[in-house]
Design a protein around this ligand. Structure first.
Ligand SMILES: Cc1cc2nc3c(=O)[nH]c(=O)nc-3n(C[C@H](O)[C@H](O)[C@H](O)COP(=O)(O)O)c2cc1C
Length: 302
């Protein structure tokens, strides 16, 4: 029987639930499930200070210590990595896993499927995953991003409520529920069936096409646009905070500046810039935008 390693981290349990559903079509005896545990856990719910203070290390991908993992097999027929983006980068526990030599050894020569449970911005973090997997000699054959489908600013409000209270509930009893919708979480088994079929046949070529053919994965143009600018700006802030934040007081000062920058960029600047973009540029760049999106829908690294 083919052996599958499924490894992920989740704070709220959302990604565990997505993966549980994804795995329904599989024979449970072929699955080795591993949960990533940082030695110093990231507290959930977050405080606002800790939340923003985590950005620089996420963006520069600075590993944290993880509890050691003892793998049940030398080699797997498929590795499924579940992760969540943090600040347009892989979450720190997953960054740390990807930098771990033992895990890199498991990746070597092995087909890999990534499952992402995020808010709505996964393009940059997936580029990092692609690079880590390629560097370790793994073969990325599928990517299944599950996101919040609400408009960007609504999902910012709802996810903050969730992350800072720990409750996946309607903010002010008015806004939609945060995170990936229950419907999407429960539909993850549809992806599972496709991946299982590829695994049984030992044929992963064309898997990503089949995943996309379900029509459940979509990259909205505004999200693509924000992500392409956002990561470059985050890198500048991360560098600045790490360079200038040499004492706790100085670090706090620069992180607070970043926090206000981010809120203004999200709620004031981005709606204005996007309005201009959609009126003046997007109508004339349809082919370029589609080409870019097609790249991100795929599993290749450019
Ligand atoms: C510090 C932090 C930063 C985040 N940044 C992003 C992001 O850049 N893009 C995104 O789509 N979601 C982002 N999210 C949402 C997470 O990807 C994820 O959906 C959420 O934390 C729930 O995941 P869980 O299964 O670990 O509970 C962020 C969450 C946290 C806590």
């Amino acid at each position: 029987m083919k052996k599958v390693l499924v490894i992920n981290y989740s704070q709220s349990g959302q990604l565990h639930e997505i993966i549980n559903n994804f795995l329904l079509p599989f024979d449970s005896s072929q699955i080795e499930r591993v949960y990533i545990k940082p030695v110093k856990p990231f507290k959930f719910p977050w405080t606002s200070d800790v939340f923003y203070n985590t950005m620089p290390e996420c963006v520069v991908e600075e590993a944290v210590d993880l509890e050691p993992v003892s793998y049940g097999s030398e080699k797997y027929d498929l590795i499924v990595i579940g992760y969540q983006p943090w600040f347009l980068s892989p979450s720190l526990p997953v960054t740390s896993l990807l930098q771990d030599p033992d895990f890199q050894e498991k990746l070597k020569g092995t087909p890999v499927v990534t499952i992402i449970g995020g808010r709505n911005m996964w393009l940059n973090s997936q580029e990092s995953l692609k690079a880590y997997i390629q560097k370790a000699g793994g073969i990325l054959v599928g990517n299944i991003p599950l996101m919040d489908r609400e408009p960007n600013l609504i999902s910012v409000l709802t996810i903050f409520h969730w992350m800072l209270t720990g409750k996946k509930e309607r903010k002010w009893n008015l806004l939609p529920l945060p995170g990936v919708s229950q419907n999407d979480i429960e539909s993850a088994d549809r992806f599972g069936s496709i991946v299982k079929e590829a695994l049984e046949k030992g044929e992963f070529a064309g898997l990503q096409k089949k995943i996309l053919s379900l029509g459940l994965i979509e990259i909205p143009t505004d999200i693509w646009f924000i992500e392409m600018k956002g990561k470059k700006i985050f890198r500048i802030w991360a560098g600045l905070i790490k360079k200038k934040g040499t004492t706790p007081e100085k670090r706090k000062f620069f992180v607070t500046l970043f926090k206000y920058y981010l809120l203004i960029a999200l709620f004031v600047a981005s709606p204005i810039i996007l309005t201009f973009y959609f009126i003046l540029i997007a109508p004339f760049s349809k082919r370029k935008i589609q080409k870019e999106k097609d790249y991100f829908y795929g599993v290749e690294l450019r």
